[in-house]
Design a protein around this ligand. Structure first.
Ligand code: LR7
Ligand code: MN
Length: 586
């Protein structure tokens, strides 16, 4: 039996040493929500799945006056210790309207003091392991923002000031990326002038996007360590020393904290698991995945040890300032938002550095479901141009794979001039993308030459195997594999990779999965589940009989009723015959 535990956003779970286990299987790891099945088959969800304030019936009228007014109105106990804010029912309508300004519950945020307390969410072993601060270099904390709310921006700054060892904090640099809100001008300058740590506000002359805003901050920084944060974060105790000590040991390390969740509705601080690392999907979107095998083993020895990650989320990390510039800073031609996180991750790994997550450093980030600000030039143009640049510079042959399945980026490909970035790659003598896949992310699901890539077609109906559509939901955490009409145009949902070891996987690290044994009464359902590396996800294919045989049960993949797939004793009948149709992409 599978017990599904649902938490409303106001009753979220905080995990502790005792409940977080390495044998949990990730079912789905969204940006702001993580779902696991634990060792007893109990389904655990961390994060939220529904913002109540977000369900607005009538679109609000966001007047200039409203946008320019600072409604910060702190109440001493609201949000204390990371608890959710409670808004009385007579204010709910107003709350819903204010939600649209920043795409988070502004009224809730504005009621929490700038110095709110947060629990020490670190593992006990992190708490007892003290970092020796003597001789450690100090950091410049750089926070770029565009039209951020007063309360979230300053709570970020105050949490840095309050919870960083003074000797490690050289200064805070705020970079205002051409915000238009009045309260982010003189009032902000005046507020930061009173802080006990040198804090300055730099301003861009026009909207330059987060990459060039961060570059402005980096060039002005006086600290030896650059530490970047988004403008809506809250740091917890111990966050900075755990990052800086790693960089001090090896200047080519880029170190990220564990990113906890600040709920966009209640502003509750929700501790996240440390069981995942960052990578990307076939659309080059950042995703969390279950930690790779080697890192899990290393973690079992010492859960306080930082672990390597194929990619960073982008906003929260520390690195040596000189190394930052030596290795090419950022691609200045990246606009507004997106792509720079993968660009930096690929570059650091391929050019001799490393990216890691320090489990003893926890920082909360406010996750939103949509972006509140404008994308001059259009969201698609901006994002896909940035991603096209990543592919063109760093991915070698795999850029063709990306462009084939992402026509929106392919259209912008020829407009990019990437010569100076390719020269950088040449000058630094960086390794290939293949090296990155083999060494940094061996668990990847990219179509390397040693594996089948294409469609899996039923010889009975001519239909194709398809991954469940959509991001899934709480009610359908794992999807059933289906057999549907094959599409002619490139369709990522119908593309599968079969590795030499017999794992049939597809985008986002999900694998064709079936129960170990024949559960005689029913025909075992074939599903698409998070890849786990276990025997229940191994298959073998016979080019003679066209059978796909499930390794641990010895049964064969068969078409079932409707669009379903089942396992049956192998008989060789037409419903058990599959054509593996390669789709070329190079
Ligand atoms: O034009 C802009 N100018 C800016 O100064 C656009 C944005 N910004 C600022 C913005 O105010 C914010 O402080 O840049 C920062 C990041 O923008 P967000 O908060 O809208 O980004 P995000 O949190 O949705 O996105 C993640 O991916 C981005 C890709 O470009 C950046 O790398 C973000 O820093 C990154 N955030 C994180 O890594 C936090 C954890 C997310 C996860 C998983
Ligand atoms: Mn952010």
């Amino acid at each position: 039996i599978t017990v599904v535990l649902l938490w409303r956003s106001h009753e979220e779970v905080t995990t502790s040493d005792e409940t977080e286990r390495d044998d949990w299987v990730a079912v789905r790891l969204g940006r702001d929500q993580k779902e696991y099945v634990d060792h007893r088959g109990v389904h655990v969800v961390v994060g939220h799945y529904m913002g109540e304030a977000n369900n607005l019936q009538n679109p609000p009228n966001l007047t200039e006056e409203l946008l320019n007014s600072n409604m910060f109105d702190p109440r001493p106990n609201q949000g204390k210790d990371g608890q959710p804010v409670v808004i009385p029912s007579h204010e709910l309508l107003k709350m819903q309207q204010l939600f649209h300004i920043n795409r988070f519950n502004l009224m809730a945020s504005d009621r929490i003091p700038l110095n709110r307390s947060l629990p020490d969410v670190r593992k006990k072993r992190c708490q007892s392991k003290s970092v020796n601060l003597t001789g450690l270099p100090a950091a410049t904390v750089i926070i770029v923002f565009h039209n951020e709310a007063w309360s979230t921006l300053l709570r970020t700054v105050h949490s840095v000031v309050n919870r960083s060892p003074r000797s490690l904090l050289q200064e805070v640099l705020l970079v205002d990326d051409a915000s238009t809100r009045a309260f982010l001008k003189e009032p902000l300058d005046q507020h930061v002038a009173m802080l006990p740590v040198p804090t300055r506000v730099l301003r861009t002359h026009e909207r330059v996007g987060l990459v060039r805003a961060r570059l402005l901050g980096a060039r002005e920084a006086r600290g030896q360590i650059l530490t970047f944060l988004d403008a809506h974060c809250e740091c917890t105790v111990g966050w900075l020393e755990s990052l800086i000590s790693r960089v001090a040991e090896d200047r080519t390390r880029v170190v990220c904290p564990v990113i906890d969740i600040i709920n966009d509705d209640s502003f509750a601080y929700v501790r996240s698991f440390e069981l995942h690392w960052g990578a990307f999907n076939w659309e080059l979107h950042f995703r969390w995945y279950t930690l790779g095998g080697g890192e899990i083993k290393r973690r079992k020895q010492d859960i306080t040890e930082p672990f390597r990650t194929p990619a960073m989320a982008g906003g929260l990390f520390a690195m040596d300032k000189d190394y930052f510039f030596e290795i090419g800073a950022y691609d200045e031609q990246m606009e507004i938002w997106g792509g720079e996180n993968l660009e930096l991750s690929f570059r650091v790994w391929q050019c001799g550095g490393s990216v890691e997550i320090a489990p003893c450093s926890h920082v909360g980030h406010l996750f939103r479901k949509s972006s509140p600000y404008t994308f001059p030039g259009g969201v698609g143009e901006v994002l896909y141009s940035n991603l096209a640049r990543v592919a063109l510079v760093w991915m070698d042959d795999w850029k063709e794979f990306y462009f084939k399945f992402n026509p929106a980026a392919a259209r912008l490909r020829d407009r990019q001039s990437v010569r100076s970035r390719l020269e950088l790659r040449e000058r630094l003598q960086c390794k290939s993308f293949e090296w990155y896949l083999d060494n940094v992310w061996p668990q990847h699901f990219m179509p390397k030459d040693d594996r089948f890539f294409g469609k899996i077609r039923s010889r009975e109906s001519g239909r194709c195997l398809q991954k469940p559509v959509g991001k899934g939901s709480i009610n359908q955490p794992v999807g059933s594999a289906t057999v549907v009409t094959c599409t002619a145009e490139p369709n990522l949902l119908q593309m599968f990779v079969m590795s030499p070891s017999g794992v049939i996987m597809t985008d986002e690290s999900v694998c064709l999965d079936a129960p170990e044994r024949d559960d005689s009464a029913r025909q075992p359902k074939v599903r698409i589940m998070a890849c786990s590396g276990t025997g229940r996800q191994k298959w073998s294919y016979s080019e003679q009989t066209f059978a796909l045989r499930h390794a641990s049960s010895g049964l064969c993949l068969s078409t079932g009723p409707d669009e379903a797939l089942i396992l049956q004793a192998c008989s060789g009948h037409i419903g058990q015959q599959w054509q593996l149709e390669s789709v070329p992409w190079k």
